[in-house]
Design a protein around this ligand. Structure first.
Ligand code: NAD
Length: 335
């Protein structure tokens, strides 16, 4: 099988590329990634010589380039490429619409034209909006996005759905809760807090710190996408989540405890506008219909993750200083 992965130099995409090459050594993987600030080829250094793997630097909104990849006989698509940071979407919404909505449409059109066998669109629970104190998001929960990021993802979800309804494109949409694990860009909660705590910098906590997210170890997200790719029923949406709801403060306290740092490093800052209060996923459908089961519980997963950031300080320090961007710009030209 020839799989086109988009955004495979980012956090989840790079974990997925490793996962697939390990699990299916005979598959060919083409990774298209624009190498925005969030794309980092260092995540993929160990496989760059693998003959089953090809990297293409490029933008998913570039129709000509995208078509040229499909012409090489792509069987399936797993679509991760996106602008993914909520805070950036508040400052600069236009690029979110361009990449997340237009980029998805360009891929869908190519997938239709070249008759791909499956198009898996990797989306997020954030498209459902926010929950009160009780209840969980199911696949039937109406879309009610609150940030420009989640609105652009919801827009792309609806286009994917429409390509199935209108053109019969064999699609699935996955909606996963917050991921954590190796290679996550250090602007996101867990790596940011670990990096700041290790440098004895303050740890910014939005609002009262009681916003709740449902955390899943990234490898468990990859195994869920693998199942959907191979067994998902065309046209279906699958929620993915590990039943690990934690407040932001609980996450930060866990990190500080593991690193032996004082809670006085926490600094409460003005809340993010439109900040969703609580996310919680009902993953019954993927569990019962496709037999998915996460391998990591939160306590071991977070412990392994903290260990990874401790053991790979060069990785995130190079990102913080912009070193990796200089290196890859020299290698692949300007972005
Ligand atoms: P990320 O920001 O780490 O990676 C995104 C990747 O996409 C980067 O490598 C970037 O260079 C690439 N990219 C951006 N614009 C592009 C373009 N125009 N053309 C080609 N490549 C481009 O994001 P992530 O956290 O790995 O998330 C991946 C996907 O999973 C996203 O679609 C996101 O919405 C979804 N998701 C993320 C989470 C999470 O917790 N991180 C949870 C659920 C769903």
């Amino acid at each position: 099988m020839k799989v086109l992965v988009t955004g495979g130099a980012g956090f989840i995409g790079s974990n997925f590329v490793h996962y697939m090459l390990d699990r299916y050594p005979s598959y060919e993987i083409i990774n298209i990634d624009a190498l925005t600030y969030a794309g980092n080829l260092e995540n993929l250094l160990s496989i760059q010589e693998n003959s089953q793997y090809t990297f293409v630097k490029g933008d998913i909104t570039n129709t000509e380039l995208v078509n040229s990849l499909f012409e090489q006989g792509v069987d399936t698509v797993v679509h991760f490429a996106a602008e993914s940071h909520v805070d950036r979407s508040i400052l600069e919404p236009d690029i979110f619409v361009k990449t997340n909505v237009l980029g998805t449409q360009v891929l869908l059109e190519a997938a239709r034209k070249y008759d791909v066998k499956k198009f898996v669109h990797v989306s997020t629970d954030e498209v459902y909006g926010t929950l009160g104190e009780i209840g969980l998001f199911t696949e039937e929960t109406p879309l009610s996005p609150n940030s420009p990021y989640s609105a652009s993802k919801a827009g792309s979800d609806l286009l994917v759905r429409a390509y199935h309804e209108t053109f019969g494109l064999p699609i699935n949409i996955t909606r996963c809760s917050n991921n954590y694990g190796p290679y996550q860009f250090p602007e996101k909660l867990i790596p940011l807090m670990i990096a700041n705590a290790l440098s004895d910098k303050s740890l910014p906590v939005y609002g009262d710190g009681l916003n709740i997210r449902d955390w899943l170890y990234v490898e468990d997200h990859c195994s869920a996408i693998d199942l959907v790719l191979h067994k998902g029923i065309n046209g279906e949406v699958y929620n993915i989540g590990g039943n690990n709801e934690r407040t932001n403060i609980q996450i930060i306290q866990t990190i500080l405890r593991e690193l032996g740092k004082p809670e006085s490093l926490m600094q409460f800052v003005k809340d993010r506008p439109g900040h969703d209060r609580r996310y919680g996923i009902d993953a019954t459908k993927i569990t019962e219909e496709l037999g998915w089961k996460p391998k990591h519980n939160f306590e071991t997963g977070i412990h392994e993750t903290i260990r990874w950031y401790l053991d790979n300080q060069d990785w995130w320090k190079r990102i913080q200083t912009g070193e990796y961007q200089k290196y890859f710009t020299e290698q692949y030209g300007s972005r």
